[in-house]
Ligand binder design. Structure first.
Ligand code: CIR
Length: 255
């Protein structure tokens, strides 16, 4: 069971963050409203929220997921691959330190939390424009020391995926939702695979939070598929975060 989540609202500088989306400039006030609805959905799923203050020095700092890897037993601070985001980690360290007495700090390479997908005791790690081999190898070593297994998935040839989790979610029950570009990858053999229609690819970034699945609004086919599998789905409008290449998983660190 997940019990907490760290979140940080978008700052006044949100629109100055990094994006490739070409969906226009985000409306910060609307992003704040959408973020509040996201927070309320996490609370509905039973989580206590640690709400950090918005940080205008880091326009992308609402995407807290990229700064750390958190598990039930251990946590690691990452080295985000975008130079403008490296400093975000400092703002997460003191908070995570309150929950994890032995917080590991990555020493080399680069790695974004968005490239790391946990499926029970196994982790999928994306090699991407943000996560390099050195960073991934460091994470593999740390995971093994902590009793987990890991496999790497190279997404550097898939520009439609900023991070591995842009196109991959683990729902529990040995079940993945994954972007069609990832569907044939051998790392995912043995899992039940739900592949959204191409027009619903954005919804491949969804999150299981205890008894619910959070899904972006506007993807009815995937919503129906998940409901047929017995999930209780909460839909959330993500329009302003999508404009900045973000999705549901990016907005919180859940543990
Ligand atoms: C960035 O490019 O870093 C942000 N604009 C979006 C980060 C999204 N994070 C994620 O998928 N984990």
């Amino acid at each position: 069971m997940l019990s907490q989540a760290i979140v940080r609202p978008p700052a006044t500088t949100f629109a100055q963050g990094i994006t490739t989306a070409k969906l226009g400039r985000p409306d910060v006030d609307l992003a704040l409203l959408q973020h509040e609805e996201y927070c309320q959905a996490l609370e509905q799923c039973g989580l206590d929220l640690i709400r950090l203050r918005a940080n205008p020095n880091f326009p992308d700092s609402t995407f807290v997921e990229d700064t750390a890897i958190v598990t039930e037993t251990c946590a690691l601070l990452t080295r985000p691959g975008a130079p403008s985001r490296m400093g975000e980690v400092n703002g997460i360290a003191s908070i995570l330190g309150q929950f994890y007495p032995e917080l590991t700090i990555m020493k080399a390479g680069t790695l974004d939390g968005g490239d790391v997908c946990q499926a029970e005791e196994h982790f999928f790690i994306g090699l991407s424009a943000r996560t390099n081999e050195r960073g991934a190898q460091q994470l593999v070593g740390w995971l093994q020391e902590n009793g987990f297994t890991a496999s790497c998935v190279d997404i550097r040839g898939l520009p439609e995926l900023l991070h591995l989790k842009t196109g991959l979610s683990y729902l529990g029950d040995n079940r993945l939702v994954l972007h069609e570009a990832l569907a044939g990858h051998e790392a995912f053999k043995g899992f039940e695979q739900i592949v959204p229609q191409p027009e619903e690819a954005y919804a491949a970034n969804c999150i299981r939070v205890n008894d619910h699945v959070l899904l972006p609004t506007g993807y009815p086919q995937l919503e129906t598929t998940l409901q047929k599998r017995g999930y209780t789905v909460i839909t959330l409008d993500m329009s302003e975060f999508r404009k900045m290449d973000g999705g549901l998983s990016c907005l919180s660190l859940r543990f």
